[in-house]
Design a protein. Structure first.
Length: 327
């Protein structure tokens, strides 16, 4: 079993299906040796890292893995449903699905400060996850989707699934099967495990989810406008060959309105801001040059199909001076 948090200098990069299969076979053997006949718990977000860990563990120990998917109401359109479909229905995972939307949004009501929002979402996630963990018996291990950049940047612990944040009495031995892999390697392994492309090649998505793109105090109607506009943007980028070309793209809905005209009447609605950037390391980013005709088409769809929206804006700011996310 690979030990320590330092990637060996001679470790071969996983770039092909054959190398991925070799890695999977080694990890399955290591996981069975580490876990034995005990149970392991995983917070399954649906992102590529936690999904690959889940698929590896299902292959290694099957029903001994208990996955908990917490829907905090801040996921993109269709993401919670995809997690249930892939893991429960296709992979026969031992999956606990928790719809905690009301609980999170009630806690966030009236909170506009970005850092407070993040802390509330992170703390409430730990509370919900700990409550579900407390209902289970015989759990000895906690699996995490830690990857090598996490170790380099934050001492090896993903804050959104931080085992140290669990209450006393819910401390488990860690299982981190992909902790020495880079993100591109994780994707190759995910493909080899048979996970769908929509999960394996999912864009980077912040732990607080749409909570940092629904600017200011989150309201349910504005959150819905954000979710629907984001779905339109992703659909159109996929149709027009931009899905794999642009590193990250999403919509933002700020907490202010402007006058407009809809259906021959004066309207007082929100704008939607489109953000599309390319980057190598997320330290700097350039703005993608989207064909104007496509931007016009996306604009028309958003203002026509999304309730409460009357304008669409395109963010032309590189990083620096702007960050990739708005909050």
């Amino acid at each position: 079993m690979t030990t320590g948090n330092v990637r060996p200098a001679d470790m071969e990069r996983i770039t092909t299906p054959e190398l991925a299969e070799k890695f999977i076979a080694e990890q399955v053997a290591d996981l069975r040796a580490q876990i034995g006949d005990k149970k392991v718990l995983l917070a399954l977000s649906g992102g590529v890292d936690s999904s690959v860990v889940a698929a590896l563990l299902i292959k290694a120990v099957g029903q001994q893995l208990v996955s908990v998917h917490v829907n905090h109401g801040l996921l993109r359109k269709g993401e919670a449903e995809q997690v249930v479909e892939v893991f429960r229905n296709q992979l026969n995972a031992n999956l606990i699905y928790v719809d905690a939307t009301d609980r999170f949004l009630d806690k966030l009501a009236g909170v506009s400060d970005p850092e407070r929002k993040r802390k509330i979402i992170g703390a409430e996630f730990i509370n919900v996850f700990a409550e579900e963990a407390g209902k289970l018996n015989g759990i000895s291990f906690l699996a995490q989707g830690t990857i090598y950049p996490d170790i380099i940047e934050s001492d090896g612990v993903k804050s959104h699934h931080n085992v140290g944040g669990l209450p006393e009495g819910l401390q488990f031995e860690l299982v981190e099967p992909i902790k020495l892999l880079f993100k591109d390697e994780v994707r190759v392994v995910g493909k080899a495990l048979g996970l769908p492309d929509g999960m394996v090649f999912r864009q980077p998505f912040p732990g607080p989810g749409l909570g940092v793109r629904c600017l200011g105090a989150i309201t349910r109607d504005r959150l819905e406008a954000l979710r629907e506009s984001d779905a339109i943007l992703r659909e159109e980028f996929a149709k027009n060959g931009l899905q794999g070309k642009v590193w990250q793209y999403f919509t933002v809905v700020p907490d202010f309105k402007s006058t407009g005209v809809k259906d021959g009447k004066r309207s007082w609605d929100w704008p939607v801001i489109i953000r599309a950037v390319n980057t190598r390391d997320a330290m700097t980013a350039t703005v993608e040059n989207i064909p104007f005709e496509l931007l016009q088409h996306i604009t028309n769809r958003i203002v026509t199909e999304v309730s409460g929206v009357n304008r669409v804006l395109y963010d032309l700011t590189p990083k620096p001076t702007g960050t990739i996310e708005w909050e």
